[in-house]
Design a protein around this ligand. Structure first.
Ligand code: SF4
Length: 255
């Protein structure tokens, strides 16, 4: 089997310049959002789904020695491969890594009321599941933080084509997308260069990895995010994590 590194690692001509921009942006964010004296944790966090982009960003945070925490949303529906990677990264990360889980009672009630496969019944129920398993824990993870970091890239989907390097549209919290202009080839070049641990599902044609029931492998020529919520219309394919604050509010209400 060809690995994802062998399949995808191709550098852009201007990769060195992109990497330098990413490093400067991360350093600058850490400098602009410093820990208050006596504070238990940094006010900047990386949201990691343990996907290829996220392991790159975490590696940069660690190697640059930045005072930035990392969090993972353990939805209770992740693949075994993702959970194994999480355990591995817990032992190697210098940056503090926090795992957030949904509120157990809310999950139990939702599953009892709507069934284990509720996400396939309607978009509203899928969003409700994402609300309980992702959005509520995300709100806790971001509480008190003044900035956060994602692995969003413009090339991931049409909906992400305008992703800025630094997003200041939310007055509460800055959002840095340090890989905004990286290609998929750049990501895998970096992973191969530094021999980073990654989710083996990437070797099985899962470019974007979320919860197990809602993620499938893609076929040649399919869109990068075609394997996420594949039974829904393209326009519905976000879980709410990366929806603009105004729209996110609407989405939460509709969920
Ligand atoms: S991705 Fe699927 S399983 Fe995960 S929280 Fe959303 S609907 Fe639920």
């Amino acid at each position: 089997m060809m690995t994802a590194i062998a399949l995808h690692a191709r550098t852009s001509a201007d990769f060195d310049s992109k990497l330098a921009t990413t490093q400067v942006a991360l350093r600058q964010l850490a400098q602009e959002h410093t820990r208050a004296s006596g504070a238990a944790c940094a006010p900047v966090v990386q949201a990691s789904s343990l996907g290829a982009e996220d392991v790159v960003v975490s590696h940069l945070i660690n190697t640059l020695g930045l005072d930035i925490g990392i969090f993972v949303l353990q939805t209770g529906m992740l693949h075994d491969e993702t959970l194994a990677l999480l355990e591995q990264i817990k032992t190697t990360s210098h940056a503090p890594l926090t795992v957030y889980e949904p509120q157990a009672e809310a999950v139990v009630q939702f599953v009892a009321r709507e069934g284990k496969d509720a996400m396939f019944k309607s978009i509203a129920l899928r969003k409700a599941c994402c609300g309980i398993r992702k959005m509520e824990p995300l709100a806790r993870a971001l509480d008190g933080k003044t900035a956060w970091i994602t692995g969003l890239r413009r090339a991931q989907s049409g909906a992400r084509a305008e992703v800025p390097l630094l997003d200041l549209s939310d007055p509460v919290r800055a959002k840095l997308n340090p890989l905004a202009d990286w290609t998929w080839g750049d990501v895998w070049h970096y992973i191969g260069l530094h021999q980073l641990a990654y989710n083996p599902l990437h070797d099985q044609f899962f470019p974007s990895i979320g919860c197990a029931p809602c993620t499938r492998a893609i076929s040649l020529g399919e869109d990068f995010r075609a394997g996420r919520w594949w039974w829904e219309e393209q326009s519905a394919k976000e879980c709410g994590l990366h929806v603009a604050p105004k729209d996110q509010h609407e989405e939460e209400i509709s969920a």
